[in-house]
Design a protein. Structure first.
Length: 567
């Protein structure tokens, strides 16, 4: 029987490790270390080690028996990376100088935890892009420096075995593959009117003309490169801090696709606005994107960047697949209302729609069935705590942080692939009773008027053949149909005449009877007034009771006018 994963929490009360049991309805405390200076924590990739900095020392403990695996006197560590095979520990501290030490001390180190020796130590002032990147087998380690990416092989961290020279290179990514060939993607930001670009190489073939693929784009201050699990393709999320069109304060974003076969495409997104979340399915065959001004749109794309399923729109800013790839969670956290949609990926069917209000962070458990939902500071400083849910919305465990205390981070223990079976998908969707909005007595019994602030779209499989139009087009079509129907009913009640058709008939010079002409003129005036009131009513203006009574007299006035003009 496989033990349930460990959940680590970090907050103002210190560090706590919880071991779940009985489907997470019970969670025993494995470790609690009280310190308000806990800066960072992380697991090794196989989940066997756990590293954290207490503010006095940096510790790495074994999660098999709780023994200290490695410890060093590093008080100000704020970043940690453990190499894939648990051999090396890379750390970064905030760089600072003092009047007595104008040069400052080395703030970046790589330690060999096997021999307890420092294999690399230097000053690295920038936190962005500080972390070295290893291949899965630890044969190659790369780090970015000015105008080049340096690669170290084996245990030698002093002399670079290979270098990728690119003027202005500011970021890179190595494919997370466990064997050859290793792929390297490098980003160069554009300057002086030149476009930015990402180039893909096969290690160590870095010569001119040896790039496997190249994708260039303007308006790129930074990029995020996201590999699929099989290392056959990557997504490039491009961001610029300023929107040159002036339509938004939040900059511009675009999403690009690149494969190791040399293909590169722009992922076409149907709705304008930010790109909130991107996630690959673990099977590496498709990916999901949440994008566009609220309510945001969510779409599933294949490897050709073509849409294969449209989830419609909703209050969401997160998409994330469970570790087995058969359940997709679409959710809206942070400043949104916490609605979650759990989708059966293969069946394209929603299986649950729970709500977790005030959630600021969520993460799938490695078993693919459970997830942690947390309210953390500094995003929210009240009501901090975490909950463990089943994906159907069943709440299994709740922990509320004591008053005047804060929760900063929660994190599941990583597990090796195949540690848990693929979960069977159950439906947890329940029809909730419709809650009617309060209406004042004067509005009861009258048609309800809805203010459409946003255009909403249903998921692709919930639309019928007549709902292929946009929301605005469907709304206008319905208005036209209702107006035509009302005219037909009005015409049937008045011998084929309506107020609109009668008012359009030109006035005759005279009927020969001054009294009849006077009556016709008075009736026409009343009908014109009624038409104006009806136009206001269609525009959403609330009418007084006497005005509504005037509209109800329209039928009798039409008949009277008809009889007067026929004389």
């Amino acid at each position: 029987m496989v033990n349930l994963p460990i959940l680590a929490t970090r907050g103002s009360s210190g560090l706590t490790l919880y071991q779940g049991s009985e489907a997470f309805t019970k969670n025993d405390v494995l470790l609690h270390e009280e310190t308000a200076a806990l800066r960072v924590m992380d697991y090794s990739e196989d989940g066997s080690l756990f590293a954290y900095c207490t503010g006095q020392s940096l510790k790495v403990i074994s999660l098999h028996d709780g023994a200290t695996f490695f410890e060093t006197d590093k008080q100000k560590t704020v970043e940690i990376v453990i190499s894939p095979n648990n051999r090396y520990l890379a750390t970064w501290e905030v760089f600072f100088t003092t009047p007595g030490n104008q040069q400052g001390n080395n703030n970046f180190e790589i330690v060999d935890m096997k021999t307890k020796t420092v294999v690399k130590s230097m000053i690295l002032k920038k936190q962005r892009g500080w972390a070295p990147i290893w291949t899965k087998d630890e044969k190659i380690c790369g780090r970015c420096v000015s105008n080049e990416v340096q690669f170290y092989e084996g245990e030698d961290f002093h002399t670079a075995a290979n270098k990728l020279y690119l003027q202005g290179v500011s970021g890179f990514s190595i494919s997370p593959s466990s064997n050859d060939p290793y792929m390297v993607a490098a980003f160069v930001a554009g300057k002086k009117g030149q476009p930015s670009f990402v180039r893909l190489f096969e290690y160590p073939k870095f010569g001119d003309g040896q790039a496997l693929a190249n994708k260039s784009f303007f308006k790129a201050d930074k990029v995020e490169m996201i590999w699929n699990k099989k290392c056959t393709a990557l997504l490039i999320l491009v961001s610029s801090e300023v929107d040159t069109t002036g339509s938004t304060y939040y900059g511009e974003q675009s999403l690009h696709f690149m494969s190791v076969k040399g293909e590169s495409n722009l992922v076409h997104l149907e709705k304008r606005g930010p790109i909130y979340s991107v996630d690959w399915n673990p099977n590496s065959s498709h990916f999901c994107v949440v994008y566009g001004y609220m309510p945001a749109k969510a779409t599933l794309f294949d490897m050709k960047c073509e849409s294969i399923f449209d989830f419609g729109t909703g209050p969401r800013n997160i998409c994330t697949f469970n570790p087995h790839g058969n359940i997709l969670c679409l959710a809206g956290f942070g400043n949104l209302n916490g609605y979650m949609e759990m989708w059966n990926v293969d069946g394209r069917k929603m299986v649950a729609k729970p709500q977790a209000i005030d959630t600021t962070f969520m993460e799938w458990c490695p078993d693919g069935q459970h997830l942690v939902l947390a309210t953390c500071a500094p995003r929210l400083r009240v009501g901090n705590g975490f909950k463990i849910w089943h994906y159907t919305g069943k709440e299994l465990y709740t922990y509320d942080v004591p008053k005047n205390m804060e929760l900063w981070q929660t994190k599941w223990q990583y597990q090796p692939e195949g540690a848990f079976p693929v979960p069977k998908i159950m439906s947890g969707v329940q029809d909730k009773p419709k809650v009617e909005a309060y209406r004042p007595p004067s509005a009861r019994g009258l048609p309800e008027k809805k203010l459409m602030i946003h255009e909403t779209e249903l998921p692709q499989n919930q639309r019928n053949n007549q709902e292929t139009l946009s929301a605005a087009a469907k709304k206008n079509k319905k208005k036209r149909e209702n107006k035509a129907k009302a005219k037909q009913e009005e015409s049937a009640d008045n011998g084929g005449f309506t107020a609109e058709t009668i008012s359009s008939i030109p006035e005759v010079a005279s009927t020969g009877d001054p009294e009849v002409d006077k009556k016709i003129k008075a009736v026409r005036k009343k009908l014109k007034s009624i038409e104006e009131l009806k136009a206001k009513q269609r525009g959403g203006v609330a009418l007084e009771k006497n005005q509504l009574d005037k509209i109800t007299s329209e039928a009798s006035l039409l008949k009277e006018l008809q009889s007067l003009q026929i004389r």
